[in-house]
Design a protein around this ligand. Structure first.
Ligand SMILES: [Mg+2]
Length: 227
């Protein structure tokens, strides 16, 4: 039975080098006129749409204005983040290469990044060609919505249907884990982001790893050779 593996991007397979939070704050000032935008904390795992919406709404911006300015916000974020360098996390290249060789494994991206920003990061990281499709911020209101869209896009991309139990999400936040749990899929969580192994385990991850360096074990977990 073929397996579908959906990778989160930020803090799972790659990271941005530079002041990400500062760039977000600049965007809130430029687009919504917020003088002292709150520092982003614990927003990891949220989609761009959720972050823009919640921070602006908390600052008192009305719903209609947020909706109207959403695309401007995406565009400015894109321009700002273009300046950042991307680094690939340890073990990732080896993991993707091994999965590419395994005929039973199909790969996709499931991230809160906007589509353009997600592909841009993958391209900068030299990882774009490993992925035939991706699910992004624009595909749903909240991260958990993205799972259903992933099923549809995967079917189109590979010409086959995947059952939720044959789908694995690899991510670094409780939201990655809950997306898998709610979708009936499985999850390997990695503690390479801001969350500790224990926090990811209580959320219901099937496996929690320190990072992706033990790529052979990850592949055998996905192929069902390890319980
Ligand atoms: Mg992440």
């Amino acid at each position: 039975m073929a397996k579908l593996v959906l990778f989160d991007l930020d803090d799972t397979i790659l990271g941005s080098v530079g002041n990400r939070k500062g760039l977000w704050a600049e965007m809130f000032t430029e687009v919504f006129g917020m003088k002292d935008p709150p520092v982003l904390k614990r927003r990891d795992g949220m989609t761009e749409r959720e972050i823009v919406h919640d921070v602006a709404a908390e600052a008192g911006v009305d719903e209609e204005t947020i909706k109207k300015k959403l695309h401007q916000a995406y565009r400015i974020l894109r321009e700002k983040f273009r300046q950042l360098d991307v680094m690939v996390f340890p073990g990732v290249k080896e993991l993707l290469e091994t999965m590419k060789e395994a005929e039973e494994i199909k790969m996709g991206v499931l991230t809160g990044n906007s589509e353009e920003r997600g592909w841009m990061k993958l391209e900068k990281a030299g990882l774009k060609d490993y992925f035939k499709f991706g699910v992004f911020s624009e595909d749903g209101e909240v991260r958990e919505d993205l799972f259903q869209v992933a099923l549809e896009k995967a079917e189109k991309a590979f010409g086959m249907k995947f059952e939720p139990q044959d789908i694995w999400i690899i991510g670094d936040t409780p939201r990655d884990v809950s997306t898998a749990v709610k979708g009936g899929a499985r999850c390997i969580a990695v503690a390479t982001g801001p969350f500790k192994e224990r926090e990811l385990l209580v959320e219901g991850a099937d496996f929690v790893l320190k990072d992706l360096t033990d790529y052979k074990r990850i592949v055998s977990i996905i192929l069902g050779k390890e319980e």
